[in-house]
Design a protein around this ligand. Structure first.
Ligand SMILES: C[S@@+](CC[C@H](N)C(=O)[O-])C[C@H]1O[C@@H](n2cnc3c(N)ncnc32)[C@H](O)[C@@H]1O
Length: 235
């Protein structure tokens, strides 16, 4: 049985996935041809969304260790990797996303970049270099959408159980939360890094969008944001 804090955090993870699915669906309506999933982990969009198959080239970028495990599992489940998916092993803290070019990424094609559940594990330099790569190597009009935690969760001024647990067990798990953006400043953060038409959603917007009808009695964790920005044309 989940306690209250775990339940609202789980609700946030579900809402985050739904929000990013909705962003992707909107881009598919707009004729999306290229999708880059950064830190893909076990993201299953390329396999569960029929509309991606045969129409959209999907690049799954991830840490080599995680990606190796995923490929093994996919081969076991699906028999073979579908042709619309290309794997690009990258450690964001060590490697350049330029590896995408070797994998066939087309910088002329408007692209959606989904970066879900990853920034919090990275350092500031890795986040900034990823945002810079996209701003400089994606066609104008391309979009990046990613989630982040508020810095108040990282510095403990807003205590949350799931954050405390990750930090407490970091020596065993090797995972630690490192990166956050101050509540209310994601727009300024992305604007300074070459993006426009920025949309930043947090708990109030997620509640308005998804927590009604049969979900009206539920709530979602506060402390996390999901932001998207459009790559500007060069001045
Ligand atoms: C919490 S999982 C999220 C996975 C997936 N995006 C999702 O939402 O289910 C974090 C992902 O970030 C990746 N990751 C963490 N640090 C990384 C790094 N330095 N370089 C590349 N990937 C990294 C992990 O391999 C893992 O796939």
């Amino acid at each position: 049985m989940l306690n209250g804090a775990a339940r609202v955090f789980l609700a946030y993870l579900v809402a985050r996935c739904r929000y990013m699915d909705d962003v992707l669906q909107a881009h598919l309506e707009g004729g999306l041809k290229q999708l880059v999933i950064l830190g893909a982990g076990y993201d299953s969009r390329a396999y569960r969304m029929q509309r991606l198959q045969n129409r959209v080239q999907v690049f799954e970028v991830d840490h080599p260790a995680t990606q190796r495990m995923k490929i093994k599992k996919l081969e076991r489940i699906l028999g073979k990797i579908p042709p619309h998916v290309t794997f690009v092993p990258i450690d964001f803290t060590l490697d350049s996303l330029a590896k995408l070019f070797e994998a066939g990424y087309n910088a002329e094609q408007k692209t959606l970049f989904i970066w879900e559940g990853v920034t919090q594990y990275l350092n500031q330099d890795a986040v900034d270099s990823t945002l810079a790569f996209v701003a400089h190597n994606a066609a104008p009009g391309s979009v990046i959408v990613f989630d982040y935690m508020y810095t108040s969760l990282l510095d403990g001024s807003t205590p949350r159980g799931e954050v405390k647990n990750v930090q407490m067990y970091s020596r065993i798990s090797g995972e630690r939360f490192r990166f956050g953006i101050e509540r209310g400043s994601a727009e300024e953060y992305l604007r300074a890094r070459g993006y426009e038409q920025i949309r930043d959603v947090g708990q109030p917007e997620l509640l308005r969008m998804y927590f009604h009808g049969p979900n009206a009695g539920r709530t979602v964790a506060d402390g996390y944001g999901i932001v998207s920005g459009v790559v500007k044309a060069p001045a």
